[in-house]
Design a protein around this ligand. Structure first.
Ligand SMILES: *[C@@H]1O[C@H](CO)[C@@H](O)[C@H](O)[C@H]1NC(C)=O
Ligand SMILES: *[C@@H]1O[C@H](CO)[C@@H](O)[C@H](O)[C@H]1NC(C)=O
Ligand SMILES: *[C@@H]1O[C@H](CO)[C@@H](O)[C@H](O)[C@H]1NC(C)=O
Ligand SMILES: *[C@@H]1O[C@H](CO)[C@@H](O)[C@H](O)[C@H]1NC(C)=O
Ligand SMILES: *[C@@H]1O[C@H](CO)[C@@H](O)[C@H](O)[C@H]1NC(C)=O
Length: 359
């Protein structure tokens, strides 16, 4: 009998895990029956379609329906998160690959409460805050514009002006939309909420101040400054470093009146993660061998670097299975000359290059 309930709970959790996976918006026609949909077929959504997107929870549908423009901004956020994830993981065993025939664009990989799941959650929460704030400053949304609050503080040697990008609105929207699917009363929800917030802080913490001089030619008697969002690439780099140093945690419960549930390091000798660190609850699945059910492609056929000791090195990437070396023709521009005026003339140089592929 006990087993029956365990199985039922596990099933319910699996169903629930699919909900709220808003990054599917990068390829909104899923789940797909036909094989004619891929991430590349980027369908532009309109707000009327929001209620049909089964993977969104109710609050996400409401926010999706704000306007056509808002749906498209959310969609762009999902797309950018996936692009950045694929860039950051291009040398890893799991290269953030997407699959077509699943209810989740990443297959079942994120069912594990793993480091990779921590990274994807942080990055997508960050990407949404970023795209929303960017759209605000471009005047694309009715709900927001430039950040007027920075002007209240008056600095001495320069003045606020121009359009400061409103990361606070971006964060607020991201919290409302992305966190809507999480339940802090279950372990996974607690972990995801922590990582979502860490992602948003990675954006806020890297806002830049840029200034422009005004005044008589070159005098710079007036300096006007505003706050600008960092490139999403920078945010991806920061989160990648956090991913490498992510803390393995467990949930501890303290009964003091009401239940207080917190994430604490699994090993007591490890420092407590702060709000910008990524945290995970489970070890990762094996990314070496293909697993259709989880949408893992395995590393067979991946290009590796024979001389690298890192993740892209043949030893690690090929998981000890060895690799094959093929000679490939390589073409590049060479012997470039400047031709008066104003052209650069190059020749094409052909060479043979070794190319290593995992067995
Ligand atoms: C896939 O869909 C596109 C339009 O979205 C269509 O042009 C194409 O013929 C379809 N391909 C197949 C194999 O059905
Ligand atoms: C959080 O911890 C990381 C190291 O894990 C450190 O680099 C960072 O400065 C800390 N942040 C804060 C706000 O304390
Ligand atoms: C998805 O498609 C692949 C082949 O394209 C297949 O091997 C795999 O079993 C499918 N997965 C699911 C969950 O249907
Ligand atoms: C990920 O690796 C697979 C091979 O395992 C390759 O087919 C695919 O193109 C790669 N995807 C990206 C986004 O690099
Ligand atoms: C391979 O790795 C070495 C050592 O890390 C590096 O210098 C080289 O640029 C890499 N080659 C390629 C093609 O990435």
């Amino acid at each position: 009998m006990k087993l029956f309930w365990k199985v039922l709970c596990a099933l319910l959790l699996l169903v629930e895990a699919v909900m709220g996976n808003w990054w599917n918006l990068a390829a909104p026609n899923r789940p797909v029956q036909s094989s004619n949909t891929s991430v590349e077929t980027f369908t532009t959504l309109h707000k009327e379609s929001c209620h049909r997107l089964e993977y969104l929870v109710e609050r996400q549908k409401q926010l999706c329906m704000l306007s056509d423009k808002m749906v498209q901004v959310i969609q762009t956020g999902a797309q950018q998160a996936i692009d950045e994830c694929q860039h950051q993981f291009r040398n890893s065993r799991w290269n953030c690959s997407t699959v077509d025939n699943s209810t989740d664009i990443f297959g079942g990989v994120l069912k594990f409460k793993s480091r990779e799941s921590a990274f994807v959650h942080a990055l997508s929460a960050a990407a949404l805050a970023h795209t929303v704030a960017r759209a605000c400053s471009r005047g694309e949304l009715n709900e927001c514009s430039c950040d007027a609050r920075v002007r209240k503080r008056t600095p001495r040697h320069w003045q606020w002006g121009g359009c400061s990008e409103d990361i606070r609105y971006g964060e607020k929207f991201s919290r409302d939309f992305v966190d809507a699917k999480e339940d802090k009363d279950n372990d996974e929800g607690l972990m995801n909420l922590h990582n979502n917030e860490a992602g948003r802080r990675a954006v806020r913490g890297r806002m830049q101040r840029v200034c422009k001089c005004h005044g008589m030619s070159g005098s710079c008697s007036v300096r006007v400054c505003w706050r600008r969002l960092p490139q999403l690439r920078l945010v991806g780099d920061v989160l990648s470093t956090r991913y490498e140093g992510a803390s393995h945690v467990k949930v501890v419960e303290r009964k003091r009146g009401k239940n207080i549930r917190k994430l604490r390091p699994l090993h007591p000798d490890i420092k407590k993660p702060n709000k910008t660190d990524l945290v995970y609850l489970e070890d990762s699945p094996d990314y070496c061998e293909p697993n259709d059910e989880l949408g893992i492609l395995g590393t067979r056929g991946r290009t590796c670097n024979r001389t690298s000791a890192g993740l892209d090195g043949c030893r690690l990437l090929c998981c000890g299975r060895g690799y094959q070396t093929r000679v490939r023709d390589h073409e590049e521009k060479c012997r470039c000359r400047f031709v008066w005026c104003c052209r650069v003339h190059c020749e094409i140089c052909r060479s043979k290059r070794d190319h290593h592929v995992c067995n």
